[in-house]
Design a protein around this ligand. Structure first.
Ligand SMILES: [Zn+2]
Length: 443
């Protein structure tokens, strides 16, 4: 089946003024100005009201946190006290909670134009040993691509870490389960729906052995590595006190300086560290909203890109954002970037590139993130029909500057998953009602 996405209002691709042709799950060809598809098509979709983007890719999230948004115990705090307030509340998380939270977060992302999502799930209280399985099931239910990261915490307060004992596991259990889910779910091939990455949570919640062993496993199973690094000044102080080293030195010592690694946040680097990360090809998932809400700082995106690091975007957990909207994340990245670098240094095309191609590189994928022949047909189509866009001239710039937040259509692997701004074959109302009810367990 060949589908021509015809004559878009605008499209984030060069030489595709008349749109593109999707064949099966892939992009077959771009159609340039004055041209037509090289072979007959079966279906023509009139995209004259639509701005067409590659599906947005989220590099960092904690789905379970959708249950504790705007929580009165946690709002208006920096990262460490914010975490310390929430750890005991999160310890109540049960499989049925995560099942709803994962579906809700994915639905929210999908409606905002996101087609591939990474979730960093590091919370495994007793009874929630199958958290990764639950997230994979949710991704399949929504028809989204996911990198489910098998997160972990094994350094609790009694060992000098930040989390309480109730939410950590021992490292042998973590490593055994990491291997189990890699064998069960990880698909390193092009066009994969599900990938697994290994994700010890942060320097203040795991030990060095877990980081080292995770890197060895990643090598063996050909998967990515993910962690929070250099998010706050508190974390830097913790590393100097406990490890006698700065976070990037720790990363190097545990064998993580490679293209397999992408970091969440990446704010507090010095110039030499940025050079080292760039040479190694370590990616950074920039989470602008979370960084602003928790007053963590500003990611040096431009320096990192210049040094050679892939830069992607992430919404981060829904308790620090407090939403899971990828188009909003694009706008936030533009705003905070301009505060740091000036109005001409960061354009709408830069932040759209980070949310697509840059995020794909962070996740180790070359099959998504760009509209070109051979890549997966993952598309996000936005209309400019709402009052907020009325009077806008440059359609691509308008998406970012006027604040688009809801896609009209989303295609993943050649299949429509959002039509007319609604999920296809999914009862969102029932999901929201059940999720809202479940959140009462965390009051
Ligand atoms: Zn995070």
């Amino acid at each position: 089946m060949r589908v021509w996405i015809k004559d878009p209002l605008a499209i984030l691709a060069v030489g595709a003024e008349r749109g593109l042709v999707v064949e099966g799950s892939r992009i077959a060809e771009l159609v340039a100005r004055g041209g037509a598809p090289s072979e007959p098509v079966d279906v023509t979709f009139d995209a004259s009201r639509h701005v067409v983007l590659p599906g947005l890719i989220n590099t960092h999230h904690h789905f379970y946190q959708t249950l504790t948004r705007a929580h009165p115990d946690a709002i208006n705090k920096d990262l460490f006290p914010w975490l310390q307030s929430l750890y005991p509340i999160w310890a109540r998380l049960k499989p049925e909670h995560l099942r709803l939270a994962a579906r809700l977060a994915l639905a929210e992302l999908l409606l905002s134009g996101c087609t591939t999502a990474a979730d960093h799930h590091y919370l495994f209280p007793r009874g929630l040993e199958d958290a990764v399985d639950i997230e994979v099931e949710a991704a399949r239910a929504l028809g989204m691509r996911m990198t489910v990261t098998r997160g972990s915490m094994n350094l609790s307060q009694k060992d000098g870490g930040l989390p309480p004992d109730s939410v950590v596991q021992d490292e042998d259990a973590i490593l055994a389960d990491s291997e189990r889910v890699l064998k069960l779910f990880h698909d390193p091939k092009d066009g994969a729906d599900i990938r697994i990455a290994l994700a010890p949570c942060s320097p203040f919640s795991v030990n060095e052995r877990l980081m080292r062993e995770s890197a060895l496993l990643a090598e063996r199973y050909d998967c990515q590595l993910h962690t929070h690094l250099c998010e706050t000044a508190d974390e830097e102080r913790f590393c100097l006190e406990v490890y006698g080293r700065r976070p990037v030195d720790l990363l190097e010592d545990v064998g993580w300086m490679s293209k397999r690694t992408w970091l969440a946040h990446g704010i507090h680097f010095n110039a030499a560290e940025i050079g080292r990360l760039g040479r190694a090809g370590v990616g950074v998932g920039h989470c602008a909203a979370s960084n602003m809400v928790l007053a963590s700082g500003i990611c040096p995106t431009c320096e990192l890109e210049r040094a050679g690091s892939p830069v992607g975007l992430g919404v981060d957990g829904s308790a620090s954002n407090d939403s899971s909207n990828m188009m909003e994340a694009v706008r936030h990245a533009l705003m905070i970037g301009r505060l740091r670098y000036g109005a001409s240094a960061i354009t709408h095309l830069d932040v759209l590139r980070w949310a697509t191609e840059g995020s794909a590189r962070c996740l180790g994928r070359s099959d998504v993130g760009k509209l070109e022949p051979g890549r997966q047909a993952d598309l996000a189509l936005f209309t400019l029909d709402e009052p907020r866009f009325s009077g806008a001239h440059d359609p691509l710039a308008a998406l970012v500057l006027c604040g688009a937040h809801r896609a009209d259509r989303v295609m993943i692997g050649g299949r429509w998953r959002v039509v007319d701004g609604a999920l296809v074959d999914y009862d969102l109302g029932a999901l929201v009602a059940a999720h809202r009810q479940a959140a009462k367990d965390f009051a």
